[in-house]
Write a protein that binds this ligand. Structure first.
Ligand code: PLP
Length: 387
């Protein structure tokens, strides 16, 4: 099997699973309990928090709130800030993940107005356009660091600078950043990025599903999404997902070591090989977006007027797993909101190949051969059907 759908989810690392199993078996006490078992469990969570804080470049562990994943971290960052602020306008990029877009739309139903800033044809939103959409009533700006379908990096630091970080701190809007696809691949530091909140997720970095974190800039106050036992500094009630968060801590440390040890350049070289060989092997293929800086592990290829699903099935029959656009968009018909935003029409098939630290050159070569064969199989059928 050749797995090239790592932007959807990754294989959990053996050491992560071992740490989670050991934590679940040994630290079953409730971290809030006053006895020794509880205190030991609380200590283990604090170790995981410190690991995530170090990996994300936080000022300290107290800036990390554990969540049930990237989606909850996005919701807490956006709703937690918006519902505390006076302004009733929110600005997002039009290519945000549904975790951000739908959350922003939920505010519209409650009377907020929403501006969704479109990207250019290169899959990048202009920092000037984002800052230009901000008005006196804007309470939150949400911009992802890397897009999950295209891999394009968004100008978060530039937007932060334009929003006037530091100056008039009480008036400027809250800046929420979804870094789910960037974490482990892009060397940002939370403390200096210019964001107020940053969301990350465990299962994109060989950690567990259902475990994520929100970095919260010191001094920023958020309204919790729900109330209860007031765990996680009151920001997230509910008995802690200790094994999941231990797994996230281990995965984050691993991802940071990989990132800082030159891993992204190795993956980028494999991605470049994939793109070069695919474009040479398939006459109609082109990069969905070109020219913009990207994360190393995501490649989006438009392969011409073909049914993407049929190509994916033909690929899977050859042992290669990829996706059309993104996994989240795969249940919808037609191009996703992201692909539409960069001008992809209804008929064009777009495939996303996403690599991981486990991907090899042999995987890439086999995937290219499999895609060429899959397209050769599907194209004549598609042509006959379209006549
Ligand atoms: N944001 C982005 C950019 C993503 O790619 C994903 C994952 O699909 C999410 C948020 C949601 O994260 P999770 O699956 O942990 O809820």
């Amino acid at each position: 099997m050749i797995y090239l759908d790592n932007a959807a989810s990754t294989l959990p690392a053996g050491e992560v699973l071992d740490a989670m199993g050991a934590a679940a078996r040994e630290h079953y006490g409730n971290p809030s309990s006053a006895h020794g078992l509880g205190a030991a469990a609380a200590r283990v969570i604090e170790e995981a928090r410190a690991a995530v804080a170090a990996a994300i470049g936080a000022g300290g562990p107290g800036e990390i709130v554990f969540t049930s994943g990237g989606t909850e971290a996005d919701a807490l960052g956006i709703l937690g800030a918006a519902t505390r602020a006076r302004g009733r306008h929110i600005v997002v990029s039009a290519i945000e993940h549904p975790a951000v877009l739908r959350t922003a739309e939920s505010l519209v139903a409650q009377g907020w107005t929403l501006t969704a800033v479109p990207p250019g044809a290169d899959g990048v939103v202009s920092a000037e356009a984002v800052a230009g959409a901000v008005g006196p009533d804007t309470s939150v700006v949400a911009l992802m660091l890397a897009n999950n379908e295209l891999g394009t990096l968004q100008p978060v630091a530039d937007v932060a600078a334009r929003l006037g970080r530091g100056a008039d701190a009480g008036r400027r809007p809250h800046l929420h950043v979804d870094a789910v696809q960037a974490f482990g691949f892009v060397p940002f530091r939370a403390a200096t990025l210019g964001a107020d909140t940053i969301a990350v997720s465990g299962h994109k970095i060989h950690g567990p599903k259902g475990a994520g974190a929100l970095w919260v800039r010191p001094g920023v106050t958020l309204r919790p999404l729900w109330d209860g036992g007031r765990q996680e500094r009151g920001l997230r009630s509910g008995t802690e997902n200790l094994p999941g968060w231990v797994g996230l801590g281990r995965a984050a440390a691993r991802a940071a070591a990989f990132r800082d040890g030159g891993g992204p350049a190795t993956i980028a070289a494999l991605r470049d090989r994939l793109e070069r060989d695919l474009l040479a092997a398939i006459p109609d293929a082109r990069l969905t977006v070109a020219g913009a800086p990207r994360v190393p592990h995501i490649s989006s290829i438009a392969i011409g007027a073909l049914p993407a699903e049929a190509v994916l099935h033909a690929l899977e029959a050859r042992g290669v797993y990829a996706s059309a656009g993104s996994a989240c968009a795969s249940r919808a018909r037609g191009p996703s909101h992201v692909l539409r935003a960069v001008g992809i029409d209804q008929r064009t098939a777009v495939l996303r190949f996403s690599l991981s630290r486990d991907t090899t050159a042999a995987d890439i070569d086999a995937a290219v051969a499999a895609l060429a064969a899959a397209v050769a199989e599907v194209a004549p059928v598609a042509m006959r059907l379209s006549k």
